[in-house]
Design a protein around this ligand. Structure first.
Ligand code: GLV
Length: 394
């Protein structure tokens, strides 16, 4: 015995014995994510657990890698999954690419760019903020001017600012980064799969997304990919990556990304989430990216038409900057937005989100992603929004 008696300091919590776990069975998740998963994905997630060094899980991981190369549209061998949310993938990009004293230029037009600048500062890098108002994107001219004045090691852009509903146009940015000798890192957490996109054609060096959005898997794992220029920078680091869990040189071996990699124990990943992602990727491949992109565009248009048809105003002024996967709606003057989202949840069991960061209190956010980007769901959320606004007004 180690000197601890059998008397318990903390008694058994009776609330765990009163009832088994309860979750709403039919809640429709029309916020910025997570989105609902298909029954097939949910069923895959509850398959029996196997070990993280078993041959069968390695086959599943190999399937995930090729599925993600398809979704990212990249031939990058270092394409894998981080065991954690999209936020951890954001941290992985930064801790691997940056060292103490490096400069990163980051586009800040909402919460996520701001978060990236904060993370860069935490790891001892210098974050130069290129800012514009929430609701706006950056022009190529603004980006070039900021690159010229800051001469960063990395340019970081958020492709899908889910806090504002802005989509950043990336055409030409990869070429600019090569011209000014820096890497291009991009956050596509809320967009990848839902809009035409190609990592390799856009010359992106580091990228990540969320499993729980367009791809349609449960939250808790994050697809990530590093191109050859980023891999060279990581391999040439002067100091070790400060996080063992996120060290891509180690993780890429566990995922057997390069020929000759001998898998070794790195950490115990969320096996059941891998099953869900594997199943979700099968559905993506079955439908095909061009069809999925088209479906998201058509349903986003249906949603926008419904919103403006109700007399509401879209938050993002320039139609070209509107993200199809997360639509932001200006909260009408004097309307109690919390009463609206609460009513939608209580009466319709539908999630409509409020704003985030600088858009808190200013917008509603409606997500149309993956399994939820269908006309029937657009119509349901529009009806719930209409009824909830009417209720909040009177
Ligand atoms: C999460 O991704 C959010 O935008 O709320």
């Amino acid at each position: 015995m180690n000197g601890v008696s059998h008397d318990l300091l903390v008694p058994p919590p009776t609330q765990l014995l009163k009832e088994r776990i309860q979750v709403p069975q039919k809640r429709l998740l029309m916020g910025p994510g997570p989105s609902n998963c298909s029954p097939e994905v949910c069923a895959a997630g509850s398959l029996p657990i196997i070990g993280h060094m078993h041959a069968e899980i390695f086959r599943i991981m190999d399937d995930i890698k090729v599925g993600l190369q398809y979704v990212f549209q990249t031939e990058n061998p270092w394409t894998l999954v981080i065991s954690g949310p999209g936020h951890l993938a954001m941290e992985a990009v930064l801790v691997n690419l940056l060292e103490q004293g490096d400069t990163m230029l980051v586009g800040v037009n909402g919460l996520w760019g701001d978060r990236v600048a904060d993370l860069a500062f935490r790891i001892g890098a210098k974050a130069v903020r290129m800012e514009t108002e929430p609701g706006n994107a950056f022009s190529l001219q603004e980006i070039e001017a900021a690159l010229v004045s800051s001469r960063p090691k990395v340019l970081f852009l958020v492709h899908s600012e889910s806090s504002t509903g802005v989509m950043q146009n990336l055409d030409g940015v990869g070429d600019l980064c090569r011209k000014y000798g820096c890497l291009l890192a991009v956050d596509t957490v809320a967009s990848l799969g839902g809009v035409p996109f190609s990592v390799d054609k856009l010359k992106i060096d580091a990228i990540y997304t969320g499993s729980q959005k367009v791809i349609g898997a449960p939250p808790g794992i994050a697809p990530i990919s590093f191109g050859p220029r980023a891999v060279e920078v990581i391999k040439g680091r002067k100091t070790p990556v400060k996080s063992f869990l996120l060290d891509m040189k180690l993780l890429s071996v566990y995922w057997a990304c390069s020929p000759g990699d001998v898998r070794f124990y790195h950490h115990t990943p969320p096996i059941n989430l891998f099953y869900g992602l594997r199943e979700a990727l099968t559905a993506v491949v079955e439908e095909g990216l061009p069809a999925i992109w088209k479906r998201h565009e058509e349903n986003a248009n249906r949603l926008r038409d419904g919103i403006t048809g109700m007399g509401l105003e879209l938050f993002v002024k320039n139609p070209a900057d509107r993200l199809p996967t997360v639509t932001t709606i200006r909260v009408p003057e004097g309307l109690d937005w919390k009463a609206v989202t609460k009513h939608a949840m209580e009466k319709f069991d539908i999630e409509i989100a409020g704003g985030l960061g600088l858009t808190a209190g200013r917008v509603f956010r409606i997500g149309l992603m993956g399994y939820n980007a269908y006309p029937e769901k657009v119509d349901r959320v529009l009806a719930a929004l209409k009824d909830s606004i009417k209720m909040a007004k009177y």
